[in-house]
Design a binder for this molecule. Sequence first.
Ligand code: 13P
Ligand code: SF4
Length: 328
Amino acid sequence: MSDSLPILGQTTRAPVPPDLDLFAAIAELKQARNAVVLAHYYQDGDIQDLADFVGDSLQLAQAAAGTQADVILFAGVHFMAETAKIVNPDKIVLLPDLDAGCSLADQCPPEAFAAFKAAHPEHKVVSYINCSAAVKAMSDVICTSSNAADIVRLFPADQPVLFAPDRNLGAWVEKETGRALTLWQGACQVHEVFSERKLLELKATHPGAPVLAHPECEPHVLRHADHIGSTTAILNAALSRSEDTFIVVTEAGILHQMRKAAPNKTFIPAPPEANCACNECPHMKLNTLEKVYLALRDMTPQIELPEDVRAAALKPLQRMLARDLSAA
Ligand code: 13P
Ligand code: SF4
């Protein structure tokens, strides 16, 4: 990494020059900092286009674990950048906007979770990656939406399991695995806005269009889906299936990759109940090109974690990445 570039505190930040070519400036900074940009599918299209890697939560965690870069700029939300730091304590991890949180992580405060866990001493704890490092540190194994059912199946069928924090993903895993889980009652504020009534109207207007849905959606929406999976699984289904029109029930950012990869197909975002843009994650959308540029220029904001929490959170993450529950 070049040490000729200054590292500034947030209070000393100069503004973005008004006529700056942000794409070119970000590319230069990436090289100068030996930085990699990892972006989630829910980011704005511009950010997805400049990223070195775009993926779902599992792929991003794997990419973070495997990178040789000195700096990881995480174009996503706080728990994702925190995960990158957990697996890379010696690297600098930047999150363009530190306020980019997640309703699921927010709805699972560590103190309340500790009490929940203490009330269920016989249970193993499977936590969805959308939680804080402190909650990860209290978990036996982490999962994402692409491996949640497989991770739960790693335990013997008679092992009681706590699943946190997403009750909708947990309910879907119960259906997939045939196992009863004790669910933390959290939900994603984006995936809970989809309207079953409007989805049925859309299906009636496009009778041949498969419904592709994310398992963070509510069960009454998921029961109308032809394919349920993580953002990557939904994207792959849209590209590999022979139909030419799809109804997409997840955050609208995924449409960018769908339209890029299959310009001749039609992708219809499922509507929320209210007349709002609330099928866009307000946390993900806090990141902008300007903030990506500023983060790489000034090397702030950085993710920092207490070492004891990081080390404890690493174990369940490693179990997920290795799909190995030994010592869980
Ligand atoms: P995946 O990346 O696993 O599809 O999860 C979506 C999501 O809501 C991330 O916050
Ligand atoms: Fe969290 Fe939902 Fe936003 Fe994903 S889409 S970051 S789960 S609030």
